[in-house]
Every structure is written in C-alpha cells, then in structure tokens.
Ligand binder design. Structure first.
Ligand SMILES: Cc1cc2nc3c(=O)[nH]c(=O)nc-3n(C[C@H](O)[C@H](O)[C@H](O)COP(=O)(O)OP(=O)(O)OC[C@H]3O[C@@H](n4cnc5c(N)ncnc54)[C@H](O)[C@@H]3O)c2cc1C
Length: 472
C-alpha cells in the first residue's frame, strides 16, 4: 500500500486541485493535512499582528467544509497545530507516507516554508509541488516568468493571445485514508488560538463564510440567480451592497475556488446567457490577480522593500498620530474614515475604497506604504500576499504603475463615487445630519452648523490634514 500526504495551504478545495487529484491517482492511500502554524498569528517585523480573528474564522470555516467534502469521498482532513516542517515529517513517519504533494506559492515566507519541509524530510519522502493558484499556469506564460513585462497591459495582451487556460482537474471520486489513530475533522476554536471572536458588522456588504461550498453558492448567486455578472463592468466601482462586484476575493485568496473554475463558468455564462464587456472584465480582473502573483515570483523579496520593485528611494516620514488616526478611521476625512471603519468592522473594503485609503496614507499622510500594507494584511479576510503587497506598491509608486505621478484626489473621488454621501453616512452615522453637498467636507461648515450637526468636537471639524492639492 503506497501512501501520500496532501498538504493543503491556500487551496482549501477539492475541485481543480492538482495535488489532491494526482495523489489520489498515484497512491493507494492519501491523507489530507492542514497545519495551523501559530507563526502566522504572530506580529510581523513591523509590529503589527499578521492575522486578525475574522480571517482565522474564515479559514476555520473553510477547513470544516473541506473536511466534510473530503469525507463525502471517503476521506477527511487532519488538522494539526504546528509548523509544516515539524508536522509533515512526523506524519510521514507515523503513516508510512512516501510522498508529500502540495501547491506551490510565489512569495518569500511561503517559499521558505516549502524549503523547510524539504529539508526536514531530507529525502525520506518525495516532495512534489504543483502550480495551481493562477488562471494561466506559470509554465504556459508566453515568456519566462523572469521576463515578465513591467506593465500589466503588455502582460495581459500576451497572456490573452498566446496562453490557453488549462483544463480543470475533477475532484477525486474517492479518497482512501491510511490507517491511523488521529481524529480527522477536529478544529481548534478561535480562543484555543488566542484570538477573540469578532462578529461581522450587520452593515457589511457581505458577511463572508468560508469554504468551497460557500464559494460555489456565491458564484451561483452572481452568475445564475441574479445574473449580475452581465452588469459587472458598470457596477464594479460601487461601494454599497452585495452585488456591485463579485466578492469572490476571500474564496479565491484561500483557494476555496480556483480562478480556472471561475473562468470556465464565465465561458458557460457567455454561451448560455450573455457575452459582453462585463463578462470580459471579470476575467480581466483575474488577470490582474495573476499578474501580481507573477510579479511576486519574478521580484521575490523586493516586493517588501521600501523602494519596491523599482528600487526607488521613497520619502518616508513616521508620524504615529497620523498612522493611528488612519487605522482607527479618525482622520476627519469622511471618505477615508468610512472605508477604514468598514475594513475594521467587516474585514472587507471595495477596490475603489482600497485605492483611495492607500493613496491617502502614502501620498497625503506620507507614511511608509508597508505599514499600510501590514495593516491590511491583519484586517482583510481576503488577504492575499501578492495582491495586497503589489497593489500597495503600485499605489505607492514603487510598483508596476507605468505612470510616475498618479495621485488620487480623495475629495474628487468621494464626490464621484459617493455623490449623495450615502456610503459615508452608512459607516459614519454621526454625519447623518449633514447636507449631502457638505458631507465630504464637513470641516467647511460654519461654526453654527458644526454645532447644530454635533460635529464640533469630532475630527470632522478639524481633520488631521486637508492637502493643498485638493483645491477646495
Ligand atoms: C491597496 C490594495 C490592496 C489590496 N489587497 C488585496 C488582497 O489582499 N487580496 C485581494 O484578493 N485583493 C486585493 N486587492 C484587490 C481588490 O481590491 C480586491 O480583489 C477586490 O476589491 C475584491 O472584491 P471582489 O472580489 O468583489 O472583486 P471583483 O471586482 O469582483 O474582482 C474579481 C476578482 O479579481 C481579482 N482582482 C480584482 N481586482 C484586483 C486587483 N487590483 N489586484 C489583484 N486582484 C484583483 C480578485 O481576486 C477579485 O476577487 C487590493 C487592492 C488594493 C488597491
């Protein structure tokens, strides 16, 4: 009887999972394993805890669903607390496993983990990694990933014209477990992991629930029941509500669904319902996701350097009061604060919001972009190393933006995307009495109006800063 372990990472699904598929093809017995490594819960070198409770909750829900889906095929999921380099060799010895199959990651800490596992096993079991997190397989790129174009558009055009999206791997029909004494499907609670529960605010655009089953439910809602996909290009810059964008991000980030599965569902939608700019645009966004993962693969550690992949020397000035005001949603700029409060209370923020608060942090408050990225890392349920750090670097002007001088005028953006102030009032009820035309600039109200609307002693009467560039 030949046995293999399948090491699950950011790929918490059974469908289109090459490592699981190949292990069940090549081995008589397969043990699916997930390691909860408490290093992922610690503080980063920037002094910010890496993972908040909301994301951990999503992961636990995803693990529970994965266990149940594997159990339907005769298997199950063993969840062990510890670093993979400690846990996997121990399990190989215990279960007589000859191999460990897993998906490969692109970023530093994750690649270090892979090397540590290989080293710890020291040839006692074969370790095989598959590339399974992008739409285009890294080996199908029309150029070596080390020659990835510096600009997204060049990458996208080549990928669209010259690369096929590989076929899906079906979920295995059966998973035969090796004999052993460990209990499968058992999960720690948040408090076991030293985290408190953080309920998601009922005002949330979406209350994410982890798992492959939930990912497909969301896809069926967006593509099937509501067919909102057909409007995506026109709604995607929205700020309020469930369906202005796909909200696939958390399930994609944790691999509950693969980008290839979404791609083929878009094709089905195009055949059976409608093909238009919106259907094209969703895949376009998945290519951004691919691009940033290949940027991470190409540039390695530079993604985390202050000067980013451009080797810039950014002007960095540390002002803790400004940083804390930004994190807490107390800058006094309503559009920034509403977004930051949404992030803190729900673990999610729209793409429009992310671009604005990041730009404000870097270009207006002039703080180290990596502190902003680390805060997002802690707070986001859909945190994805490459997408987060590469988007931050892009906004900070040290990434892949072909324009050197890109600047978001937060006020112009707020007035364009929240013209009636509905979004701002949704998250900042203290501004509910302010006239719509003044809601984005409450500091300009007269003294009497400030008193009347009860903002006179709040940051909205005196923001941390109002940049001259806003030309009020
Ligand atoms: C500063 C900053 C930080 C970000 N951090 C993350 C992160 O940690 N994790 C993450 O998944 N996305 C991140 N994004 C990208 C984007 O904001 C989110 O993917 C998107 O808002 C999620 O909502 P959605 O699933 O409804 O997106 P949709 O608009 O429906 O897009 C569909 C999918 O395409 C991908 N996508 C869309 N835009 C981008 C983009 N700019 N970069 C990479 N992928 C994209 C996502 O996987 C998304 O789920 C960040 C953007 C910025 C500006």
């Amino acid at each position: 009887m030949k046995t293999a372990l399948v090491w699950f990472r950011n790929d918490l699904r059974t469908a289109d999972h090459e490592a699981l598929y190949r292990a069940t093809e090549n081995f008589d017995r397969v043990l699916p394993v997930y390691c909860i490594d408490e290093n992922h819960l610690k503080e980063s070198w920037l002094g910010i805890q890496k993972m908040g409770a909301k994301r951990m909750q999503f992961i636990l829900e995803s693990l529970d669903d994965l266990h149940k889906n594997l159990a339907k095929q005769g298997g199950g999921l063993l969840v062990v607390r510890g670093a993979p380099a400690d846990v996997l060799p121990e399990l190989c010895a215990e279960y007589g496993a000859e191999a460990v199959y897993a998906h490969k990651e692109a970023t530093r800490e994750e690649r270090d983990e892979e090397e540590a596992v290989k080293k710890a096993l020291d040839g006692r079991a074969e370790v095989k990694f598959y590339w399974g997190t992008t739409l285009t397989h890294i080996n199908d790129l029309p150029f070596p990933h080390t020659e990835l174009p510096d600009v997204f558009t060049a990458f996208r055009k080549k990928a669209e014209k010259q690369s096929e999206v590989r076929a899906l791997f079906p979920a295995p029909e059966s998973v035969h477990l090796p004999e052993g004494n460990r209990e499968l499907g058992e999960l720690p609670s948040l408090s076991d992991l030293g985290l408190g529960t953080e309920p998601i605010d009922p005002r949330a655009a979406i209350a994410f629930k982890g798992g492959e089953s939930e990912a497909w439910k969301r896809l069926n809602h967006y593509f099937g029941e509501t067919q909102k996909l057909a409007e995506y290009k026109h709604t995607r810059n929205g700020l309020l509500g469930l369906d202005y964008s796909s909200k696939f991000s958390a399930w994609l980030a944790h691999g509950c669904i693969s980008p290839r599965s979404i791609f083929y569902e878009v094709e089905t939608f195009e055949r059976e319902v409608k093909k238009n700019q919106s259907t094209y645009w969703l895949v376009f966004e998945l290519r951004w996701r691919d691009y940033f993962r290949f940027v991470a693969a190409r540039f390695g550690d530079k993604l985390f350097y202050p000067g980013g992949i451009r080797d810039e020397r950014p002007h960095i000035w540390r002002d803790d009061a400004r940083i804390e005001a930004w994190k807490a949603g107390k800058t006094g700029i309503p559009f920034v604060d509403a977004n930051m409060i949404e992030l803190r209370e729900t673990g999610f923020m729209s793409n429009r919001g992310r671009q604005n608060v990041a730009s404000f942090f870097v270009k207006d408050l002039q703080q180290d972009w990596r502190i902003g990225a680390a805060w997002f890392e802690q707070q986001l349920i859909d945190y994805d190393v490459a997408s987060n750090w590469a988007n931050w670097a892009y906004v900070a002007g040290v990434g892949n933006d072909p324009r050197d001088d890109r600047y978001f005028n937060i006020l112009t953006q707020a007035k364009r995307y929240d013209s009636k102030g509905e979004y701002v009032k949704h998250w900042l009820p203290e501004l509910s009495h302010i006239r719509p035309e003044m809601v984005h600039t409450p500091w300009l109200l007269s003294k009497d109006e400030k008193k009347l609307t009860e903002i006179e002693n709040t940051p909205y009467a005196r923001p941390v800063m109002v940049p001259d560039r806003w030309k009020l």
